[in-house]
Design a binder for this molecule. Structure first.
Ligand code: ZN
Length: 265
């Protein structure tokens, strides 16, 4: 593992690619540092190689957008090595502090998520020098306890896993696309330019890109409801609208699937 670090103004992006035998191409996993505030902490595999980066960038507080393995993996290392607060959605704190058995495929890609102690997410978080202030916004859909961070003066939106790309071909079993649609509509009410995505990195014209994702999902929702009205079940609708071999279905034991989108849209 080797972190790739890029910087735009005061925002530092550190990313790496996590892979396994089942997912040889790997998945890009990123985290951001803004004036000492770490936004997401990567996967467990990235923790050891990220230690120097976290120390050099003088992180003084941590925000986890949601308690998925590829966002919270570094928390235990940070807790053991740096005495700084880690903020998380209040309804995820108990889960974060317990030993949870994760699917094998996830452990192989990300490493085994270790329990950590988190504090409840405040409504706003100011950075170390006071230069930036983030509003923390409930944004369920990808995860029921997902938080986005909005810096109103800079027109920045840190979207965790709300964006990822303008289209979606699969999602996790516990995602709720109907809820994601509401969240995307709420996000688009905000005045922002740049999106900071944990997997796509710096996204220019972020508002336009997020709007494109919303339009794509609304169109998909319309198609699904028409096919349902025509008497088709969700399995058949999935085969009709995603007529390709999905390579990760079996490896992820059904945790990732196009069907999860159709079922919850
Ligand atoms: Zn996620």
């Amino acid at each position: 593992m080797a972190l790739e670090i890029t910087q735009r103004g005061d925002v530092i992006l550190a990313k790496d690619v996590c892979s396994s035998d089942g997912f040889p191409e790997g998945i890009s996993v990123g985290m951001f540092v803004v004036d000492g505030l770490l936004i997401d902490a990567g996967a467990t595999k990235m923790a050891e190689p990220s230690g120097d980066f976290w120390k050099e960038s003088k992180i003084s507080q941590v925000v986890i957008t949601h308690n998925h393995d590829d966002h919270a993996g570094g928390c235990r290392w940070i807790q053991d090595n740096l005495n700084i607060p880690i903020y998380l959605h209040p309804d995820s704190i108990a889960e974060a502090g317990s030993v949870v058995v994760h699917p094998k495929y996830g452990n192989e890609i990300w490493g085994v998520l270790q329990p950590y102690t988190a504090l409840p997410m405040p409504k706003t978080i100011s950075t170390a020098s006071g230069k930036y202030s983030f509003e923390t916004i409930d944004s369920p859909g990808h995860h029921p306890c997902h938080i986005a961070l909005y810096e109103r003066n800079q027109k920045w939106l840190f979207t965790g896993d709300l964006y990822l790309g303008t289209k979606m071909f699969f999602c996790y079993k516990d995602e709720n696309i109907k809820q994601l649609l509401v969240t995307l509509e709420n996000m688009l009410e905000l005045d922002f330019d740049t999106v900071f995505c944990a997997h796509a990195g710096f996204v220019e014209n972020g508002k336009l890109r997020l709007q494109k994702k919303l339009d794509y999902l609304k169109n998909l929702q319309l198609q699904v409801s028409e096919l349902r009205e025509g008497g088709m079940n969700d399995k058949d609708i999935t085969a009709e609208l995603f007529p390709f071999d999905f390579p990760f279905g079996e490896v992820s034991e059904g945790d990732w699937s196009p069907y999860n989108i159709i079922r919850t849209i």
